[in-house]
Design a protein around this ligand. Structure first.
Ligand code: ZN
Length: 313
């Protein structure tokens, strides 16, 4: 950044006639048009998740012991969606399940891509390749994630947030649309599709909490759309930096035009008007420096862009 020396040969404040040269290029305050997706299905548990803005656990990638490296029917890296399972086993969390699967493969001929509980989401086999969590037809099409059972409503809500986040991010990772019953399925739903496994999960476990797949689809859809639009499951921008001290914020206005001109200082200290940028009227600007040149106070609003005190409201 270029800072000015004290040896400045200043020039006079902006002349009215030059103000009009700036009219075509005005910096306007941008109003965020970010669309935030909200859950549509009526669900007390979804509302609880959203009100508390439970931040889903980041997906952990752990190399499991499953040593079958087989692509889906459409190829490696071509899953067609995600199957939602639940473990049907109380009091065993995701880390414990991962350990158990790793210890028991290949004695038990089953393996899934990930386990999720209220604290963690642990991926244990690359989702580019199939696993053995349902029947062969389902295995050759879908990523498969197991939701672990928990013992209280708060933990259940948190586990759903983690699971929905896993599903939504996997759909996005593989450029898949979010279509309930097509790209997101319960294990139960695969039975009448392929007649290979007749499991009922996770529907029966969900029912014990007054929850169902439609509500879960709504949560997944909200996360999916918000992640796509904003990179955040709740559709909010990252936490903004602390607001600057208001002592250093000035609001500027030019009653003679719709914008406020800026000036810059050349290396020799002489003042020059900024021809292609200006400030919108009645907008606040953070300023970190002020100085006086030929009796006029200027406030710095960018590296070498200054606004005259004259325009301060
Ligand atoms: Zn299942």
């Amino acid at each position: 950044m270029v800072y000015l020396t004290n040896n400045i040969k200043g020039e006079s404040i902006i002349k009215k006639k030059n103000i009009f040269a700036l009219v075509s290029l005005i910096i306007l305050t941008t109003i965020s048009s970010l669309q935030t997706q909200t859950v549509k299905a009526d669900s007390q548990i979804n509302n609880y998740i959203i009100q508390n803005k439970f931040q889903p656990a980041s997906i952990e990638y752990h190399a499991g012991t499953f040593n079958v490296w087989q692509g889906y029917r459409n190829g490696v890296g071509k899953p067609e969606g995600v199957i939602v399972h639940e473990t049907a086993t109380p009091n065993v969390n995701a880390a414990q399940f991962v350990k158990s699967f790793d210890n028991n493969w290949p004695r038990l001929q089953t393996y899934v891509h990930a386990f999720v509980d209220d604290q963690r989401a642990i991926n244990i086999h690359s989702t580019d390749y199939l696993v053995w969590g349902a029947g062969p037809s389902a295995n050759s099409r879908y990523i498969q994630v197991e939701l672990c059972r928990v013992n209280n409503r708060d933990a259940f809500a948190r586990s759903l947030a983690n699971d929905a986040n896993y599903v939504a991010r996997k759909l996005i990772q593989y450029n898949l649309p979010d279509i309930p019953h097509k790209t997101v399925l319960s294990h139960k739903e695969t039975w009448p599709m392929f007649w290979e496994t007749n499991h009922q999960d996770p529907d029966s476990y969900f029912a014990a909490w007054g929850y169902d797949m439609n509500q879960f689809h709504a949560l997944i859809s909200m996360y999916y759309n918000n992640l796509k639009n904003s990179g955040n499951v709740y559709g909010t921008k990252p936490t903004p930096a602390p607001q600057p001290n208001n002592d250093h914020v000035i609001t500027v206005n030019n009653p003679k035009a719709t914008y406020v001109p800026l000036v810059t200082f050349k290396a020799d200290g002489t003042l020059e008007q900024v021809g292609n940028r200006a400030l919108a009227n009645n907008t606040p600007w953070f300023t970190d420096q002020s100085k006086t040149v030929n009796g006029v106070v200027y406030h710095r609003v960018a590296t070498n862009e200054w606004v005259a005190e004259t325009y301060k409201v």
